[in-house]
Design a protein around this ligand. Structure first.
Ligand SMILES: [Zn+2]
Length: 167
């Protein structure tokens, strides 16, 4: 068994960037909502002033975090709608989200987790019609998506691939 030469990156660049982005977004929201009293100065144990930080007050931060969380959920759904409209598959979305499972499982997990119970609608870039997405589980493209125009090249290509067994 090989011994790793470098320690594992337990935080990961993506997580670090996300944490930094969240911190900045919360600070900006608190700053806009409470410009005069939104922050206090905190110092770690030992009170070394060198490490003192200006931080949003916790209840203001909490309110901002919830508002941010709601907007992140809205953004996730919008991005999924745009990705589907551009022709990305549920498997592509599952890959982007680093969901577990193989291709088929990952696609189903992505749809089950993010598609609203009322259904997911998006605009097809090829035919500009509003399409209802029924999820990736049914094999025939007509059962997975409804609403494309009869001459939509994207949907036609998907049906032809299905009928020829290329899918
Ligand atoms: Zn279409």
């Amino acid at each position: 068994m090989d011994t790793p030469t470098t320690p594992p990156d337990i935080f990961g660049d993506r997580d670090f960037r996300a944490t930094t982005g969240v911190d900045r977004a919360i600070a900006q929201i608190v700053s806009l909502a409470h410009p005069d009293d939104g922050f206090h100065i905190t110092a770690p144990p030992g009170d070394n002033p060198r490490w003192a930080r200006r931080r949003p007050k916790p209840l203001y931060s909490l309110t901002a975090a919830l508002a941010l969380n709601i907007q992140v959920e809205v953004r996730i759904l919008r991005d999924i709608r745009e990705a589907r409209g551009e022709g990305h598959t549920w498997c592509d979305i599952g890959d982007a989200l680093d969901l577990p499972g193989d291709d088929g499982d990952r696609a189903s997990v992505a749809f089950d987790r993010f598609a609203p119970p009322s259904g997911l609608w998006w605009t097809c870039r090829d035919c500009t019609a509003r399409v209802r997405d029924h999820g990736p589980d049914d094999p025939h493209p007509d059962d997975r998506e409804s609403g494309h125009t009869a001459d939509c090249p994207r949907h036609r290509a998907e049906v032809n691939a299905y009928l020829s067994g290329d899918e």
